[in-house]
Design a protein around this ligand. Structure first.
Ligand SMILES: Nc1ncnc2c1ncn2[C@@H]1O[C@H](COP(=O)(O)OP(=O)(O)OP(=O)(O)O)[C@@H](O)[C@H]1O
Ligand SMILES: [Mg+2]
Length: 387
């Protein structure tokens, strides 16, 4: 039977649960002409939620652009890809090459037809690109929005603009162009919560208070339990309540890991033809998931300094609010300053999620792997005793 759980891709339809309230808030914000910052830790479901919102917006006649900042590594690449995205919208409305050329005037466009039959555009600009080029390209959506319906632009992983250019003040340029626009709404997504929050909440930063902040949290536990129960039941598998609770607990109720663990549980049940699942089956499935990632985990740990490794292991065993003397003693850690710099690196690598109230290992499977004792000893049964 086909596995009903999916992870690592955008999910929709029956694979998607909860989030109705956030969906409404996002749609409402667009309707009100407000820009939104949707942020939250990695793998909580930001991109899937926004994909769903965009589907609804498209259905109600809003042209939409989804742009993943993680996919571009330079301003050049951004400019080319963004212009193509606008061409995708505009191309459908434009009848002639002449009108397209007019639309991209000043950017020296070269048009061709891609393998998929769609028109593509290549801009010919100076290297490195100037502020003016960037402003012109960022202004394209506003120009494309002609008749009534607002255009919605999503910038996923928006904090990555910091990586794109050393020679242009990107944040300032983006902000100054965007704030003049009347016919485009922006949804910014960010997963490096500490970085993205600062971008929008520090007074000196260009994006200060320029969007409604929305934090995407974990789904309520009851929703997660109901989702799991239904998906298994649809396939004729009954899961004990304690086993459902174990899946939620072991995945820390983070949607990605919840689906990944449930996937593994389903695979084992399907392989053996079992129609019921117990907590022990969940523990076995977690072990399989950990074993599958062991190479990656070893690689991660090998590339850390000793202090970083000590800190990561300590957080796996005990998430921390602050690294006070007692915590440091318990985990045999060095002085506070050394820990603070190790923490910064772990957060930047995405290995530790730093909330306002606590620091914890971002991946619960990695945390479980780190908690395992380095060796196990088993004493063979004495044959003399059993005979
Ligand atoms: N609403 C949901 N219902 C069920 N599963 C979900 C939901 N949202 C996310 N997931 C699970 O989490 C995975 C990651 O989702 P998604 O890529 O949308 O998250 P993200 O927050 O954008 O992650 P990243 O930080 O990696 O960009 C999905 O593949 C799916 O397994
Ligand atoms: Mg995402």
């Amino acid at each position: 039977m086909k596995n009903p759980f999916h992870f690592g891709t955008l999910v929709s339809g029956a694979s998607f649960y909860d989030r109705a309230e956030k969906e409404r808030e996002l749609l409402r914000a667009v309707e009100n002409g407000a820009n939104v910052l949707l942020y939250g830790p990695r793998r909580y479901g930001k991109s899937s939620l926004v994909a769903r919102v965009l589907e609804k917006l498209r259905a109600s006649g809003h042209p939409c652009i989804y742009f993943d900042m993680m996919k571009v590594d330079s301003v050049d690449a951004f400019l080319q890809a963004y212009a193509s995205a606008v061409l995708d919208l505009r191309g459908r409305a434009s009848k002639s090459l002449e009108s397209l050329s007019k639309f991209f005037r000043g950017l020296r466009p070269r048009f061709s037809v891609g393998d998929d039959g769609k028109p593509t555009v290549e801009l010919d600009f100076s290297d490195p690109p100037t502020t003016r080029t960037l402003e012109d390209v960022l202004s394209l959506p506003e120009k494309a929005a002609e008749n009534g319906k607002k255009i919605v632009v999503v910038f996923d992983e928006f904090q990555e603009i910091a990586r794109l250019s050393a020679h242009l003040p990107l944040e300032r340029i983006f902000r100054s162009v965007i704030q003049r626009q009347k016919r485009v709404n922006y949804i910014y997504l960010g997963s490096k919560t500490h970085i993205i929050r600062r971008m929008f909440t520090e007074e000196a930063r260009p994006f200060y208070q320029s969007a409604i902040p929305m934090l995407l949290e974990k789904p309520p536990q009851e929703e997660s339990l109901a989702f799991l129960r239904d998906r298994f039941a649809n396939c004729g598998i009954e899961v004990e309540d304690a086993a459902l609770a174990a899946i939620v607990e072991r995945s820390e109720n983070i949607p990605y890991y919840l689906q990944a663990l449930a996937y593994e549980v389903f695979e084992s049940a399907d392989a053996t033809g079992r129609k019921s699942v117990s907590p022990a089956d969940v523990a076995d499935a977690l072990e399989i998931a950990e074993r599958r990632s062991a190479d990656t985990f070893e690689n991660i740990v090998e590339n850390l300094s000793e202090t970083q490794r000590t800190l990561l292991t300590a957080l796996a065993n005990e998430p921390a609010a602050a690294f006070d003397a007692a915590y440091r003693r318990r985990h045999r850690m060095p002085n506070y300053a050394t820990i603070a710099s190790a923490l910064k690196v772990l957060v930047e690598k995405g290995l530790v999620e730093s909330g306002r109230k606590s620091h914890r290992v971002a991946n619960p499977f990695l945390a479980a792997w780190l908690r395992e004792p380095p060796c196990t000893a088993s004493v063979p049964h004495s044959t003399a005793d059993t005979e």
